[in-house]
Design a protein around this ligand. Structure first.
Ligand SMILES: [Zn+2]
Length: 128
């Protein structure tokens, strides 16, 4: 369980000693200790920011962790944790040009899934 947080980038991590710098952004002297119970609260906060970020995207609704991280201003490690911890998000079977995994919100997926995919989904449900 993470017990430290970077005050600059928000990265949450675990350490037995007092860390001197952030393992993610490398900023020195920016680390604060966080109560272990607050990890869930931090993730919920990050989740809300990520959903707001997705709501800004129009056509291009599938995003890599790197893209989400940049747009939302949240470290990649935290973005991935949010994607894996909440069922508000879905992982696409497609990958981007660099081979990175793509994610979207369930809501965006329903809005944007192409007609073909929806049709195929309906057909698949019928034969299952
Ligand atoms: Zn940092």
């Amino acid at each position: 369980m993470p017990n430290f947080k970077c005050t600059k980038c928000g990265y949450l991590f675990e350490s037995d000693n007092d860390p001197l710098k952030c393992p993610d952004c490398g900023l020195k002297g920016s680390i604060i200790e966080v109560p272990i119970e607050s990890e869930e609260a931090e993730l919920i906060k990050d989740k809300q920011i990520i959903i707001q970020t997705f709501n800004k995207f129009k056509k291009d609704y599938l995003k890599s962790v790197k893209d989400i991280s940049q747009e939302a201003g949240i470290p990649s490690a935290n973005v991935l944790k949010v994607m894996m911890s909440f069922d508000d998000f879905v992982q696409s079977s497609d990958r981007d040009s660099s081979g990175d995994l793509l994610f979207t919100t369930k809501e965006k997926f329903r809005e944007n899934a192409t007609f073909t995919k929806k049709l195929f989904g309906a057909f698949k449900n019928r034969i299952d």
